[in-house]
Ligand binder design. Structure first.
Ligand code: SF4
Length: 354
């Protein structure tokens, strides 16, 4: 069962409460370059990104948020380190949420300045406690177990929460990320018992597209499966659009969101009579823009293919020279191999016209 959390509004998106788990990303452009940043956010929007975060390194970047916001449709989050002034400027520029680590802002007084500006503008704050930002996180402590590090992260997050609450600010989203998947799981799981603030969940600096996808899928997946997580960010060293694709794939796998196509592809075996992978990749490319939830199968043989892809809405089972096109488990027709993908897409496109 999903953990009960209080809802926090970030622009038009709600994090927590009964809102669906949202998928977010972070731009990789220089925030001062408004045109490049808006272009990247538009790509992410088209891929389904629901909240976007930009790094704010200086005053020019903070002010640029105003123009960036004017060019995009999704809520904009300012990622701030070390400076209360930048946080206040970002709020003035229209940021829909601020992400800070209160531990590196400088002093309680400076954190209070951010709280006060956020309160007046009704802007929520994400308190981000990363394992790497823990004081004394060096030397021997780097090798301590996941539980010990997670315990420290939770202790730190709780002290920040108490400070925010003492200053009458509860519009909080919380994150406790580590680059180690087990530490991340442990930290969120412990924290879930301590408060009802919604969680932004992710494994930080997870890695390259392939390695990071595995780490994130395990970390975020385990947490979501135990009911923990209200918004997710998959952190990948690659095109941020991949972060969105992987994010939705995790949610789709756990049946938490139904957006887009679930592509089933058989791994092939000795029965496969075609070069299946380029066919699957072509189908993947052609269906990538479909928002409607659909299960589509690309199978390597006509003997077992239709049966193995039992639950698919549409599918092709490839054979040598020809293959079968099927819909809802029933064979529609036999099609020459060269026309299989085209005929599959024809059937799928009929749906959008129906
Ligand atoms: S669908 Fe056919 S080719 Fe693919 S794994 Fe199953 S038996 Fe092998």
């Amino acid at each position: 069962m999903r953990r009960i959390t209080r809802p926090v509004k970030v622009g038009k998106i709600t994090i927590g409460g009964k809102a669906p788990v949202s998928v977010q990303s972070m731009t990789k452009t220089d925030t001062r370059d408004v045109a490049a940043t808006v272009a990247q956010i538009k790509e992410l929007q088209s891929a389904g990104c629901e909240i976007i975060r930009c790094a704010v390194l200086d005053e020019e970047a903070a002010r640029a948020l105003k123009d960036i916001k004017a060019g995009i449709k999704i809520p904009l989050v300012a990622d701030i380190h070390f400076s209360s002034k930048l946080a206040v400027l970002a709020i003035e520029a229209g940021a829909d949420k601020i992400r800070i680590n209160p531990g590196n802002i400088g002093s309680d007084l400076k954190v209070k300045e951010i709280i006060s500006a956020a309160k007046s503008a009704r802007v929520p704050i994400r308190i981000g406690v990363n394992a790497g930002s823990l004081e004394k996180y060096s030397g021997r402590q780097r090798h301590e177990g996941a539980a010990a590090t997670a315990k420290k992260m939770v202790k730190k997050a709780l002290s920040f929460i108490r400070f925010f609450e003492k200053n009458k600010f509860e519009d909080i989203v919380l994150s406790l990320k580590a680059s180690d998947t087990l530490t991340t799981i442990e930290a969120y799981t412990r924290m879930a018992k301590e408060c009802d603030y919604p969680f932004h969940v992710g494994v930080t600096e997870a890695g390259t597209i392939s390695g990071g996808t595995i780490k994130s899928s395990v970390g975020i997946g385990v947490l979501l499966h135990s009911g923990i997580g209200d918004t997710i960010r998959v952190s990948l060293a690659g095109d941020p659009v991949e972060e969105i694709r992987v994010g939705y794939a995790i949610l789709k796998t756990l049946k938490l969101r139904e957006k887009g196509v679930d592509l089933i592809v058989c791994p092939t075996c000795g029965r496969c009579g075609v070069t299946l992978f380029p066919i699957a990749e072509e189908v993947e490319r052609l269906v990538s823009g479909i928002a409607r939830p659909l299960k589509i199968a690309v199978m390597g043989c006509v003997v077992n293919g239709p049966g193995e892809a039992g639950g698919a809405d549409f599918g092709i089972a490839c054979g040598k020279g020809s293959g079968l096109l099927f819909k809802n488990g029933k064979i529609l027709r036999k099609v020459p191999e060269a026309g299989l993908v085209r005929e599959l897409m024809k059937e799928i496109n009929k749906l959008s016209k129906s």
